[in-house]
Design a binder for this molecule. Structure first.
Ligand code: IPM
Ligand code: MN
Length: 358
């Protein structure tokens, strides 16, 4: 543990700055109580910066990001910028260039939070999705032929390397081993149709499973996973999958844990700088209204501290979030919390400090 951390802050677009402000408020509060330091470096990236400069992410900035202990991101996406430019230019570029090959997304229903799934509660909804984050359909392989003509062909290929698949699956096994739960790892694929890509995934999964005899393994097709995450979420402990399927099932996961207001994720390079973010978007229609739920961003800061080795600070945030959910919030959606964005941040920060009798 270093106890002094240089953190890049990218508030980004829309409601990003509002939720990041609350996340940093909470971070500051736990740093004070737990006695570690943070050096925050702000980066003005996003839609406004792009419209002003024509740049998404300057190379020099990218090089600075590599030197950080962690990156804390709000949201990327601007109504006046064509979809794809900022996502690819900032978010995906950071994921690829920093080789953040794991996208870790916990799906945990906290007590008192409403889930759309009848008869299921915190006991049943508690799994973690390990999404491969640098390959698959996201690799950008493909192209057009005769674009804009009646004979147009568009090809988008899924790239799966043995190295990329293996390191992702190994991370999932190791993560599953450390997690104090059922110790079951489910591979989510589509071996009945995508017979090349998921053959590689399945063979790698089976080979690695021999090194982890303490972990139960299971396989399910992605369509069946969608069905069971709704019908029997308690069947899952850790799920490992490729980039595209991971993108889809983590949105499903976010909904069953109470929505985008609470869902956070980490883009992780276990050997390098990692990036943490609320998984919802920039929510332009709520921008500047002080109504957006900052808990997802606060949970992202909790994941960041966990990753940096500040376990006690991370636990403190989680307990404070649980308390706010149980005692203060009326709902999790924007405008329905019964409190403003900044009030929710104040409450969490307060509980973080009070828990130590301070
Ligand atoms: C996510 C987002 C991104 C993705 C978009 C914004 C490029 O949906 O983090 O899940 O598809 O990975
Ligand atoms: Mn997504």
């Amino acid at each position: 543990m270093k106890r002094s951390y240089k953190i890049a802050v990218i508030p980004g677009d829309g409601t990003g700055p509002e939720v990041v402000r609350e996340g940093l408020k909470v971070l500051g509060a736990v740093a004070g109580v737990e006695g570690f330091k943070t050096e925050l470096v702000d980066y003005d990236l996003g839609g406004d910066y792009y419209l002003k400069t024509g740049e998404t992410l300057p190379d020099a900035t990218l090089d600075e990001l590599r030197q950080m202990d962690a990156i804390y991101l709000g949201a990327i996406g601007h109504p006046e910028v064509k979809p794809g430019i900022l996502e690819k230019g900032i978010l995906l570029r950071i994921r690829f260039e920093l080789d953040l090959y794991i996208n870790l997304r916990p799906v945990k229903l906290y007590p008192g939070v409403e889930t759309p799934i009848r008869d299921k509660g915190p006991e049943e909804i508690d799994c973690v999705i390990v999404r491969e984050n640098t390959e698959g359909l996201y690799a950008g392989a493909g192209g057009y032929l005769k674009r804009g003509t009646p004979d147009e062909v568009a090809i988008q290929e899924s790239i799966n390397t043995r190295k990329g698949v293996e390191r992702c699956i190994r991370y999932a096994f190791e993560f599953c081993r450390k997690r104090a739960k059922e110790k079951k790892l489910t591979l989510c694929g589509k071996t009945n149709v995508l017979t090349y890509a998921f053959d590689l995934w399945e063979r790698t999964f089976q080979e690695l499973s021999k090194e982890y005899p303490d972990i139960k393994t299971d396989y399910a097709h992605v369509d069946a996973i969608c069905m069971w995450m709704v019908k029997n979420p308690e069947w899952f402990d850790v799920i490992v999958t490729d980039n595209m399927f991971g993108d889809i099932i983590t949105d499903l996961g976010a909904m069953i844990q109470g929505g985008m207001g609470i869902a956070a994720g980490g883009n992780i390079n276990p050997q390098g700088t990692s990036m943490f973010e609320p998984i919802g978007g920039s929510a332009p229609k709520y921008t500047g209204k002080n109504v957006i739920n900052p808990l997802a961003a606060i949970c992202a800061s909790q994941m960041m501290l966990n990753h940096l080795g500040e376990q006690e600070a991370a636990d403190r945030i989680e307990q404070a979030v649980i308390k706010v959910l149980q005692e203060n919030l009326k709902g999790l959606s924007a405008g329905e919390m019964g409190h403003t964005t900044s009030e929710v941040g104040d409450l969490v920060a307060d509980y973080c400090v009070k828990a130590s009798g301070g």
